[in-house]
Structures are given as structure tokens and as C-alpha cells.
Ligand binder design. Structure first.
Ligand code: GAF
Length: 400
């Protein structure tokens, strides 16, 4: 029995224990790492995530009385009971700084479905959902997006809505932006909804358009390590919104709809226009060069030159660190140590200010590089990092 099948059994069992009868089905949605393209998604730019084998599972059953009952096997606090017709964004509901806890994410998805006019008749009846997740939380690996996407995927089938995965991702982003109040882009939800086994996902966020790019590391004798630094710096939340605002200001100053519209070949001209505002210069330079790095990585992967993406990943890290200023000492230490120990390349992944880095290594070097990072963390007095391989895995799906 595979892990996901036994996981589905456990999720169904958990559902039965909480709600007293079996679920109609069990669904899964993964966390992600981003190979390249950081803070480009809200600039109409390019990203290239891949799904992890770690998933959030939802065992679910439709109801007919307009009630939503949510339970997590990973959180304390019991069943959260809400009325579908009473759902209101967390900020409006006055839940304050805590954003309403974990249940705000699935509740936000139901709200987004309702706001999109998708919940009428039987679909307005509510549901019982029990969750259990193996996606590390607070590690920048999109545990929240996995929770949103598994909820939407389950309800899509339970209610027969016929939504495509990309539409599911958009509704989940709406839930996070407008219900929970986090101004994220579309990358994480799209990765969780749309990724394919053995592939990285090239997403042009403007169209939006998707392309599955073969990324079979094992066949090439390579490994992509995830290094979860196990730190999350407090300034992360406000700083994300601050970076987004800076990008919007940069686009306005340059007279373009989004920084996507600044061609890499015209970057120097654009930066000259912004001269005098050094922070804006750095922010714009990151986004424009990062979009170019995504294109370069795809060119190399299409040419079968996977090893040669290593230096591009490391250059991406330098840009995140120096121009976008979203790295931190722990992430920098991973990148420096891994590269010095023989990695092909490394970079922070996700929003930044803590969370995880990725390291591309020859399979034969994976252990020694991981050991070097762990020892460097011990020497610096940091918490022991959690290191595991990122195996490109499937997006959201039904398990049972
Ligand atoms: C977070 C956000 F949720 C994404 O939308 C993206 O902006 C990412 O940070 C940075 O690339 O994961």
C-alpha cells in the first residue's frame, strides 16, 4: 500500500472519528518549492515551481443544511462550525491580527466560491471536512496554499462544479487575498493545483499560461535538496506587502502596467529613469533580472543541460539577498556552505525572511553537502536544519 493510500485511509478514519460516519472521498494537494522566479508572480512575470510529495489531505462529505464544519488533525481546538451564508472576510469579521487561525483558509475558499456565484442549490448546503497534512508549516513550502487547494478540489467534485485546476488556483488566491488578508501572488496555489509528477511548472502569470517542463532529476543522477532553516523572521509579513508596493511604485514610475513589461535589454535605461531612489532601483533590477533567469533556466532544461542551471540559481539568490533584500543569515549560510561543499547551485525559495532554501547537487554529493550545511548551522549556533529531497510530484488529485 503506498503512502498516499494509507494516508487516505488515515484521513478517512479521522473523518469518521470526528463526524461519526465515513466521508464521500479523500483528496490531496501538495506543498511546493520554487525552482526560480521569486517575487515575480505579482509583477505579471514568470515562475517555475514544482510540487513536493508532501500533501494536505481532506476527507470530505457534502451537507444540505448550509453548515460548514472544519476539523484539523494537526491543530488543537476541535471542530470549527460556520454558516456558508454568514462567511465574511477575516478583517471585516474583526478577527484582528491572528487572521482567524488555520480555518480561515478553507472558510475563505468557500467564501470565494460563493462570491463567484458558484454556490447555489445543493452546492450552498455546506460540507464536513477533516484535514491532515505532511507539508511542513512555517517553512515557506506553501502549506496554506495546499490547504486552500485541497478544499477547493474536494468541493469542486462534491458539488459537481466542473472547475479547471487553474480556475481553482485563482479562487484560492482570491480567498487568501480578500478573505484571509494576505497579499500573495498566484504561484503557490497554481503549483499546488496544476503541477505534474516528474515536472517543473513554467507559469507565465500574465496570460496565465502553463507549460509542464520535464524535470527528472533522478534519471540524471542529480538531487534537489530542500533545507528548511526552521526560522521565520517576524518582519516577513509586512515586508512582503512592502516589496509588492515597491514593485507597483516602480511600474508606475516607469509608466508600464507591471514590471513584466520592462524588457531585460532595456533594464539600464529603466534604472537610469529611477536613479535617485536606490531602493527602487534594486527592487526593479531584481524583478527584471529574475524574469530573465526563469527564461534562462527553461532554455537550459529544454536543451537537456540541467546541471548548468546551478549558477543561475545561485545568481538568483544573490539578487534576492542584495537587491530584493528578502534573505537572512540562515538562508545565506545554506547557500554559501552548500556551494563551498560542492553543490551545483543553491538559493532561497519562496517569500523569504526565513523558511527554506534549495540546493542542486550531484546525487553522490548529496550526503556530504547536507552534512556540511548541518555542521555550519551547529557552528553558528542555529537550530538543526531539516533537509530532504524535493522529488517533483503531482498536483491536487482525488485519492479515494
Ligand atoms: C509567497 C507568495 F505567496 C507567492 O505568491 C510568491 O510571491 C512568493 O512568496 C515569492 O516568489 O510564497
Amino acid at each position: 500500500m503506498s503512502d498516499s493510500v494509507s494516508g487516505a485511509d488515515r484521513a478517512a478514519e479521522g473523518f469518521r472519528a470526528v463526524f461519526g460516519a465515513g466521508p464521500e472521498g479523500v483528496w490531496a494537494a501538495p506543498g511546493r518549492v520554487n525552482l526560480i522566479g521569486e517575487h515575480t508572480d505579482y509583477n505579471d512575470g514568470f515562475v517555475m515551481p514544482l510540487a513536493l510529495p508532501h500533501t494536505c489531505l481532506a476527507a470530505a462529505r457534502a451537507r444540505t443544511d448550509g453548515v460548514l464544519r472544519l476539523h484539523s488533525g494537526d491543530a488543537s481546538g476541535g471542530v470549527v462550525e460556520l454558516r456558508v451564508d454568514g462567511l465574511a472576510p477575516v478583517a471585516e469579521a474583526g478577527a484582528g491580527g491572528d487572521r482567524g487561525g488555520w480555518a480561515a483558509y478553507p472558510a475563505g475558499v468557500v467564501w470565494a466560491l460563493r462570491e463567484a456565484g458558484l454556490l447555489s442549490g445543493a452546492a450552498a448546503g455546506g460540507a464536513d471536512l477533516h484535514y491532515t497534512s505532511t507539508v511542513p508549516t512555517g517553512a515557506g513550502l506553501s502549506s496554506s496554499a495546499a490547504l486552500e487547494v485541497v478544499t477547493a478540489t474536494a468541493l469542486n467534485e462534491l458539488y459537481g462544479l466542473g472547475l479547471e485546476p487553474l480556475r481553482i488556483a485563482q479562487l484560492c488566491q482570491r480567498a487568501e487575498n480578500d478573505f484571509v488578508g494576505v497579499p500573495c501572488g498566484i504561484m503557490d496555489q497554481t503549483a499546488s493545483a496544476c503541477c505534474a509528477d516528474g515536472h517543473a511548472l513554467f507559469l507565465d502569470t500574465r496570460e496565465p499560461a502553463l507549460r509542464q517542463v520535464p524535470f527528472d532529476l533522478a534519471a540524471e543522477g542529480l538531487r534537489l535538496l530542500v533545507v528548511d532553516t526552521r526560522v521565520k523572521h517576524e518582519l516577513g509579513d509586512g515586508a512582503y506587502a512592502n516589496r509588492r508596493a515597491a514593485c507597483e511604485a516602480g511600474a508606475r514610475a516607469l509608466g508600464v502596467p507591471a514590471l513584466r513589461d520592462v524588457a531585460y535589454e532595456r533594464l539600464e535605461d529603466a534604472l537610469a529613469t529611477l536613479a535617485g531612489d536606490e531602493t527602487l532601483v534594486r527592487r526593479v533590477r531584481h524583478v527584471v533580472t529574475e524574469n530573465r533567469r526563469v527564461e534562462e533556466v527553461i532554455e537550459r532544461l529544454d536543451a537537456g543541460a540541467t546541471r548548468s542551471i546551478g549558477p543561475i540559481l545561485t545568481a538568483g539568490h544573490a539578487s534576492c539577498r542584495d537587491d530584493f533584500e528578502i534573505s537572512c543569515a540562515e538562508l545565506d549560510l545554506v547557500v554559501e556552505t552548500a556551494n563551498a561543499a560542492g553543490a551545483l547551485g543553491a538559493r532561497m525559495t519562496g517569500g523569504g525572511f526565513g523558511g527554506s532554501a534549495i540546493v542542486l547537487v550531484e546525487e553522490a554529493d548529496a550526503e556530504s553537502v547536507g552534512k556540511a550545511v548541518t555542521e555550519a548551522f551547529a557552528a553558528a549556533g542555529y537550530r538543526t536544519p531539516r533537509i530532504f529531497p524535493a522529488v517533483p510530484s503531482a498536483g491536487a488529485r482525488r485519492l479515494a
